[in-house]
Design a protein. Structure first.
Length: 359
């Protein structure tokens, strides 16, 4: 079924790796304190025949060592009892201090704060991307997604691999990405895409299969080491499969045989210090571009973007759109431009903005 869109039905608070609340470290000291208060209250009530309220008052001022005036002069037995109560309070203070020092020096408080931060980030997250596997490929994928201003959740079973992931607006989950509970915690029902780049094709196959069953509308890109795994990953539910060694070979051959082409592609992506991007821009109902031809829209003059292709609603891709190509609802334009230029064009194509008609 389609991924839910209603934020009111967001998943519960994510079940992140268990980190004890600081309160649990001081539970023993609190238990001893309550025991001393109870013993002191019953002691003064039994030895000095005080009322329960007066006995509690005497216990509190004794344990806190504030030194207020006694209810009445104490008997020898009452004074001995008070000495014991003061000694117990001192021992309690020393125990609480030692517990606090041990907790602060262990660094567990940092883990607790980090877990709370991760929980807040994951709660209600929508439209994000899951990166399953934080190896060499996963690191580059995560960095590129972040540089494009996208929200990312990284999943990896190795705590040491995620230890250095201290990037703002990036969440990290320690666990197996093929585990439904882990994917649910990562918000797969509300995610926009998933990259399966674990260390083996078998792991990626299981991740893709599980993710596809949980969210049929999710866009999944998987890495394959063995060419024989490409078809299996696609059958399991991957929209795209990437063979890194094959891509690297193609790029190296281009640099070797057609170096001018390789240089042109590199320069085009970094012209004038502005990085260019290829983006797919869907045409939606309500856009002022609907019904115009590419010549009439004058996208090059208005937005400084170049249209390289057009995907029709039936999935057919036209790599040579002409000036007479009509802009209709459901078509997707493959555009080249800077991030800002593409964003401005996308807002107009989606109908969010209504620009003036092209001259």
């Amino acid at each position: 079924m389609p991924a839910p869109q209603d934020s009111s039905s967001s998943p519960p608070v994510p079940l992140l790796p268990a980190i004890r609340h600081p309160f649990h470290h001081f539970l023993g000291a609190l238990t001893v304190l309550l025991t001393l208060v109870a013993v002191g209250t019953f002691g003064y009530w039994g030895i000095e025949r005080m009322s329960p309220l007066d006995a509690l008052y005497m216990t509190v001022i004794t344990l806190s060592t504030v030194g207020f005036e006694e209810i009445h002069p104490l008997s020898p037995q009452g004074r001995l009892f008070t000495i014991g109560l003061i000694a117990g309070g001192g021992a309690l203070a020393a125990y609480a201090a030692a517990t606090a020092i041990e907790y602060l020096s262990s660094g567990e408080w940092r883990d607790f704060l980090e877990t709370r931060r991760q929980s807040r980030m994951l709660r209600g997250m929508k439209g994000h991307y899951l990166v399953c596997g934080y190896g060499r490929v996963g690191r580059h994928v995560t960095r590129e997604l972040i540089e494009q201003g996208l929200r990312v959740v990284v999943i990896d079973p190795r705590p040491e691999a995620l230890a250095g992931l201290k990037i703002s607006d990036t969440s990290a989950l320690i666990g197996n990405a093929s585990d439904e509970a882990v994917l649910t915690t990562a918000g797969i029902l509300y995610a926009k895409g998933l990259v399966a780049c674990a260390s083996s094709d078998a792991e990626n196959l299981l991740i893709v299969l599980t993710a596809r069953l949980m969210n049929p509308e999710l866009t999944i890109v998987a890495r394959a080491i063995d060419e024989a795994s490409e078809l299996k990953l696609k059958k399991a539910g991957a929209n795209r499969v990437v063979l890194p060694y094959q891509l690297a070979a193609i790029r190296m051959i281009t640099m070797l045989v057609r170096p001018a082409v390789a240089d042109f592609i590199w320069e085009a992506a970094h012209v004038g210090g502005l990085e260019l991007f290829l983006e797919q821009i869907p045409l939606r109902k309500g856009s002022c571009l609907i019904g115009q031809t590419l010549a009439q829209a004058q996208l090059r003059n208005r937005f400084n973007v170049t249209i390289l292709g057009c995907r029709l609603p039936d999935g057919t891709l036209s790599v040579r759109p002409t000036a007479e190509t009509v802009l209709d609802v459901g078509k997707e334009l493959i555009a080249l431009g800077t991030h800002a230029e593409l964003q401005a064009f996308a807002r107009l194509a989606s109908g969010e903005e209504h620009g003036a008609a092209a001259p």
